[in-house]
Design a protein around this ligand. Structure first.
Ligand code: ZN
Ligand code: ZN
Ligand code: FE
Length: 758
């Protein structure tokens, strides 16, 4: 029997090559029908056998253009038709759109066709650094307002020449309604200046001067898609040292841009999944394991066994990278402030960092950082969700009012819901920096304007002093009973449930840095049961004191001292500690004396820091997470450290005292590699055992893994394997970051469920 089924696909499905894709797939599968744009999305009518149509939908979801995002597929009509239906499939004229719900696409890496033209001496855009088309180029970063039309973008000041105008208005042209369409005659251009702003050359001369200076070890500020990068030669140790010195950045790795996949493979071990990520139109920075004989200077990522690499994603990058195998391309900012995107600001702020500035006059309206991903087997861990991903939405199953999730603090983001859509915003950074506060306000206002969203409800963290809470309240004017405070790790938990479309109960293993707990202590190693709306604490890591509070984040030896103090008596603790950190000898007795008055925490992140410090890997660090990252980087081997767990007053407690004891006893006998890997293995196994125990108590089989600690690939892989062996089903982040960037999404979803409309 044959059917004709009509369905509506919503999300980012217009202006991203979606209809040609639908047609191609239908023809491939010999299904008849039509596809057209409507005001709500893309309407597809398919004729064929039911099972073929089902297969089509599955493939549509899986193989869709990677810039597109599907938030929902609704079946609107179904009827029987004659067996001898026509298998012709056509793209038909758009239905008139009065009330258009436009979803703005993220910025898209330069497509193959544009690259081809740029490399063709006969083409009028030969060597043009701003070539783009409907399938590629800037989007989110240049849009100022809706409707998404040229006058509402930063391209408004460039009047199209007759040739560009013809392309723009020809429905058959690849540049039909490509808003940033431009050429040498009418579009943006390049120039280079010194740090005083003196122009040293334009266009080709600017490009050549840049290349020469990069070759001779100079540091360049290069304006990209979402902001400036600082670029230098990654094979030149002196250039790297200069960059680190001027940027006051000690150990944090720099990202690299590499010419192409073959160079990437020469430097790093690149698996298929990583190739797909590197090549995707989102072009994130992908953290890959470096090869033993990798010729990149150690100064790029000191002490790491990985490199963060990306492929060129703008025409300008491609032109520059023709001349280099690899360049350092690190976000241009000053000490963790937001990325700099404005020409005059770049000159002002980076005058003492960059030697030269390669700039252009296509303004970046909404600055955005490069996204960062690391790949752990079949799952990718989003470490920073920004360019290429934002403003792509996710679908939610409730009809939500406009809810704003205000987010966390260190890795702040905001998220909004409306109807059945969740919009997670971009990575914004640490709100303790004033420039980040301004960036947060600007991005939030921008988002609200773009989608015409007026938040009715606000969801924020329980922490009484989060800056995000007060900014969000100020920006929206929401107060009183329209504000909901959500526990930090419940927000982590809910965000992971939502993106896995798991609307039932689950167990949560939330391993995090710190978050304000319902009992006023600092949580961070939490075992939950619950769902999006509610949770209860089924257990946690054994708590310990956090001497110096926030200070211990950058000084892991402080929490290490606390771990020792919980494991050994005072005399032993003192004698072990003074051997481990002789330069802190004078502080140790003072801290130990008053340690019982320090804040209490169950933080999993701090446990990693502490172990790292006991091993002497990172007693003091220069960026958040460094100690844990270094511990993971050093872990090699298959030993297993002992861990304990027990039930006390109805809660499962993960007890690390045995572990700390074992590590201190064995640190002279075993290598850090062995101990590090034994720690990961023992912890994974204990987490799986605890999940199993909670599952036995409750009958729940799904296990959410969320929180910043899950950026650790070794831990994530091992734990997933061990959970599956126990017939438990791990749920991990795929579209959102596992660190605090996901908190706002979780908050917004919790609010959406609470205030959902029928
Ligand atoms: Zn293109
Ligand atoms: Zn033109
Ligand atoms: Fe967190």
């Amino acid at each position: 029997m044959a059917y004709e089924i009509t369905f509506l696909v919503c999300g980012i499905v217009q202006g991203v090559g979606f209809r040609p894709f639908c047609a191609k797939l239908a023809r491939q599968m010999s299904l008849g029908g039509t596809v057209r744009n409507t005001s709500d999305g893309v309407e597809i009518i398919l004729r064929g056998k039911k099972e073929d149509i089902d297969k089509y939908i599955l493939r549509l979801k899986k193989e869709k253009p990677d810039v597109s995002t599907i938030t929902s597929i609704d079946f609107t009509r179904e009827k029987h038709i004659d067996q001898n239906f026509s298998s012709e499939f056509t793209i038909v004229k758009s239905k008139r759109m009065d009330r258009q719900r436009v979803l703005i696409p993220p910025d898209i890496a330069t497509c193959q066709e544009c690259l081809h033209e740029m490399d063709d001496p006969a083409n009028r855009r030969y060597g043009y650094p701003f070539i783009n088309c409907t399938n590629c180029g800037p989007r989110y970063t240049i849009i100022k307002n809706l409707p998404y039309d040229r006058p509402e973008t930063t391209m408004e000041k460039f009047e199209m020449c007759p040739d560009c105008y013809r392309e723009y208005n020809n429905e058959k042209d690849r540049r039909y309604h490509a808003q940033p369409n431009a050429c040498f005659v009418c579009g943006p251009f390049l120039w280079i200046t010194d740090s005083d702003g003196n122009i040293l050359g334009k266009n080709k001369k600017a490009l050549d001067t840049s290349i020469d200076n990069l070759r001779s070890g100079k540091i360049l500020a290069i304006k990209g898609l979402g902001g400036f990068h600082l670029a230098c030669d990654p094979f030149n140790g002196q250039a790297l040292e200069r960059l680190r010195g001027r940027k006051r950045r000690k150990g944090k790795p720099f990202a690299l841009m590499v010419k192409d996949l073959s160079v990437a493979e020469e430097l790093c071990i690149i698996r298929e999944e990583e190739k797909d990520l590197l090549r995707s139109s989102k072009r994130p920075i992908v953290i890959c394991y470096r090869r033993k004989n990798c010729r990149i200077d150690e100064g790029v990522a000191p002490g790491q066994d990985t490199l963060g690499i990306m492929l060129p994603y703008t025409p300008l990058h491609h032109l520059i990278m023709k001349e280099f195998d690899a360049l350092v391309m690190t976000s241009a900012n000053i000490s963790d402030s937001p990325i700099i995107a404005d020409n005059s600001e770049a000159l002002m702020q980076l005058g003492s960092v960059a030697d030269l500035f390669l700039m252009h006059n296509r303004d970046i309206y909404m600055p955005i950082d490069d996204s960062v991903i690391s790949n752990a087997g079949k799952v990718s861990i989003l470490i920073r969700r920004s360019r290429g991903f934002v403003p792509s939405p996710l679908g939610i199953p409730v009809n939500a009012p406009v809810v704003l999730g205000a987010g966390g603090e260190m890795k702040s983001t905001f998220s909004l819901t409306q109807e059945k859509i969740l919009f997670p915003g971009q990575y914004l950074g640490d709100l303790k920096q004033l420039p980040t506060v301004n960036y947060y306000r600007k991005a939030l206002r921008h988002f609200m304007k773009l989608y015409n969203l007026k938040p009715e409800y606000l969801v924020c963290d329980m922490h009484p002093q989060y800056i995000s809470t007060s900014i969000a309240a100020e920006e929206t004017g929401i107060h009183g009973s329209s504000i909901l405070q959500v526990q930090h790790h419940h927000a982590h938990f809910a965000s992971c449930l939502a993106e896995n479309e798991h609307w039932d109960k689950a167990i949560g293993l939330i391993l995090d840095g710190t978050g304000y707990g319902t009992d006023g202590t600092i949580w961070g190693g939490e075992f939950f049961t619950g769902d999006i709306k509610n949770f209860s604490r089924a257990g946690h890591f054994l708590s310990s004191f956090l001497p110096g509070g926030e200070k211990s984040v950058l000084e892991p030896w402080r929490y290490a001292l606390s771990l020792l103090n919980s494991t050994f008596d005072k005399v032993e603790t003192f004698s072990i500690a003074e051997k481990l950190w002789p330069d802190k000898k004078h502080l140790i007795p003072i801290i130990l004396q008053t340690i019982d008055e320090a804040p209490v925490t169950t933080s999993a992140g701090r446990l990693f820091d502490g172990v790292s410090a006991i091993l002497g890997i990172s007693p003091v660090i220069s960026y958040d997470g460094e100690a844990a990252i270094n511990l993971e980087a050093q872990s090699k081997g298959s030993m297993k450290a002992p861990f304990g767990f027990f039930k006390e007053k109805g809660e499962w407690i993960l007890d690390w005292r045995e572990t700390v004891h074992w590590i201190t006893q064995n640190r002279d006998r075993l290598s850090n590699q062995q101990i590090g890997s034994a720690f990961h293995f023992g912890l994974s196994e204990t987490l799986a055992n605890i999940a199993e125990a909670i599952a036995a108590d409750t009958g729940i089989r799904h296990v959410v893994l969320s929180g910043g600690v899950w950026q650790n690939r070794r831990l994530l892989n091992l734990t997933q394997v061990l959970l599956k062996r126990k017939d438990l089903i791990p749920l991990v982040h795929k579209y959102l970051s596992t660190n605090d960037e996901c908190v706002s999404a979780g908050q917004a979803v919790i609010g959406a469920f609470k205030w959902s409309r029928k």
